[in-house]
Write a protein that binds this ligand. Structure first.
Ligand SMILES: *[C@@H]1O[C@H](CO)[C@@H](O)[C@H](O)[C@H]1NC(C)=O
Ligand SMILES: *[C@@H]1O[C@H](CO)[C@@H](O)[C@H](O)[C@H]1NC(C)=O
Ligand SMILES: *[C@@H]1O[C@H](CO)[C@@H](O)[C@H](O)[C@H]1NC(C)=O
Ligand SMILES: *[C@@H]1O[C@H](CO)[C@@H](O)[C@H](O)[C@H]1NC(C)=O
Ligand SMILES: *[C@@H]1O[C@H](CO)[C@@H](O)[C@H](O)[C@H]1NC(C)=O
Ligand SMILES: *[C@@H]1O[C@H](CO)[C@@H](O)[C@H](O)[C@H]1NC(C)=O
Length: 416
């Protein structure tokens, strides 16, 4: 998105707080170059898919849950090939490519929880072709911050939940990445599913004009919710707020930008410059995106410092402690014991253009083993601010790509 350097964060998994395990912090930032890969593939690739959810009136669905090791990602179950093979993939609205690891795989594949998909054992696989590349194979190396995945693009039939569980929907000709080399562990997944705005994303390939999800509570790795793509994805009734998406600049077509105009803690409006989250549509810098694949929210420093100071001023009974090495977070308080309850905190309100998003304390503070931390961080220079999945838990969220609005309402996502 920015005109040079590394550009955006897609996935951040922060293991330490969530699991209590040692601080494996996996931060994945997509580099500028990968966008060119995506654009070039789109221009160059030959594929035929007449499937359009928007016109067929169908809806497809996929079960979604927190990753079992509690590493900070939400996993969506996809089924690839014929016969269909199920696998968990990180649900990422911050990127486009759909990928899984393919057999044969040498030592450059990571350990995954399901058997490897083997294109040779599926009757519906075909390689995608690209005119400009040797042998006409479309190869890619998609880079996410501290991670990457590489392979060739293929076309496959994917099977989704349909209108009823007994009635699955099979969609042929979906372009996906067949990876045979990747950086290490992807949060116990077997790949990733891009739900961004770009042409290779699942949303775009299905022709879905809207989709919705409800992220189960962050610490709950047992419950499942349903991600819906198509007309049945809807959100109505009392308590629903809607805000328009901000037009993505050419440099950042993948992302869902929103218009955040202020933040309050309790009833106090924080003194954050009015343009702190503004997107510069000349060069694509700044702005704030909503991303299911990033764990903790990143905020432009001018805003983050205000939030940090406001939280600090309210917590008068606990000492701060430096736990940044294990948590990656820079404001943590030490509780008297690992079983102590933290003090009550007011909710935090994100004032979007046209709607307020209210975050209860459990959606902006994270508690683990006697540490209680602000689950937000200052952003990485050159990257947009990012509304992460920790802040989206227990909220029903609808991305209406047709109407260009984001809608949201509080929900108990673990009990659907
Ligand atoms: C993909 O790109 C990453 C970072 O840009 C690099 O470290 C890695 O070696 C590349 N992988 C392949 C297979 O080219
Ligand atoms: C991955 O597949 C590509 C294309 O077939 C091949 O050139 C490359 O050597 C393979 N890499 C590994 C690590 O197997
Ligand atoms: C990789 O993920 C598995 C869970 O699928 C986990 O048991 C293992 O420890 C992870 N390895 C690394 C190096 O993170
Ligand atoms: C999740 O399931 C496991 C095993 O079935 C159970 O021991 C655990 O208490 C459950 N956790 C929650 C939060 O429901
Ligand atoms: C937006 O970007 C352009 C080009 O980099 C720059 O000249 C301009 O000052 C920026 N606008 C703001 C409000 O920062
Ligand atoms: C953001 O919202 C504010 C307040 O509603 C409005 O004045 C401004 O024009 C909006 N900005 C964009 C880029 O839509």
């Amino acid at each position: 998105m920015a005109s040079s350097l590394v550009v955006l964060i897609s996935l951040v998994a922060c293991a330490a707080l969530a699991s209590g395990a040692a601080g494996a912090r996996v931060e994945l930032t997509r580099a500028h170059s990968s966008r060119h890969v995506g654009d070039a593939l789109r221009r160059d690739m030959h594929r035929h898919s007449a499937w359009r959810l928007a016109t067929s009136g169908d809806t497809v669905s996929a079960p979604t849950m927190k990753d079992p090791a509690n590493l900070g990602e939400y996993l969506m179950t996809l089924a690839i090939g014929t016969p269909p093979r199920s696998y968990p993939a990180i649900a990422d609205t911050g990127s486009d490519l759909i990928w899984t690891q393919c057999a044969p795989c040498s030592d450059q594949c990571f350990q995954q929880p399901t058997p490897l998909y083997n294109p040779a054992s599926s009757t519906t696989f075909s390689p995608a072709t690209c005119d400009t590349s040797p042998g006409n194979l479309c190869s890619y190396n998609y880079t996410y911050g501290l991670g990457w995945t590489a392979g060739i693009l293929g076309l496959e039939t994917f099977t989704f939940g349909g209108s009823s569980p007994a009635n699955p929907t099979r969609v042929p000709g979906i372009a996906f990445g067949c990876s045979n080399a990747s950086s290490d562990n992807w949060s116990g997944s077997s790949g990733l599913v891009g739900l961004g705005r770009g042409s290779l994303s699942l949303v775009t390939q299905l022709g879905a004009d809207k989709f919705s999800y409800c992220l189960t509570p962050f610490q709950d790795t047992n419950s499942t919710s349903t991600l819906l793509l198509g007309p049945s994805a809807s959100l109505n009734g009392r308590g629903v707020g809607s805000t328009p998406f901000v037009t993505s600049p050419a440099q950042a077509l993948t992302h869902y930008y929103v218009n955040l105009t202020g933040i309050s803690l309790g009833t106090t409006a924080l003194s954050i410059p009015a343009d702190a989250f503004a997107l510069n549509d000349t060069d694509g810098t700044g702005g704030i995106i909503i991303d299911s694949g990033t764990t903790f929210t990143y905020m432009v420093d001018a805003a983050y410092q205000q939030v940090r100071a406001a939280v600090l001023s309210l917590v008068t009974t606990l000492p701060t402690t430096d736990a940044s090495a294990t948590t990656g977070l820079d404001l943590c308080f030490a509780l008297p014991s690992s079983t102590s309850a933290p003090p009550a905190m007011p909710s935090m309100t994100l004032h979007f253009d046209g709607a307020d998003m209210v975050l209860p304390a459990d959606s902006y503070m994270i508690l683990d083993a006697g540490l209680w931390c602000l689950a937000m961080q200052t952003n990485i220079p050159g990257l947009p601010s990012i509304l992460g999945n920790y802040q989206q838990q227990n909220m029903h969220i609808l991305y209406d790509v047709g109407q260009q609005t984001l809608s949201f309402a509080p929900a108990n996502c673990g009990t659907f």
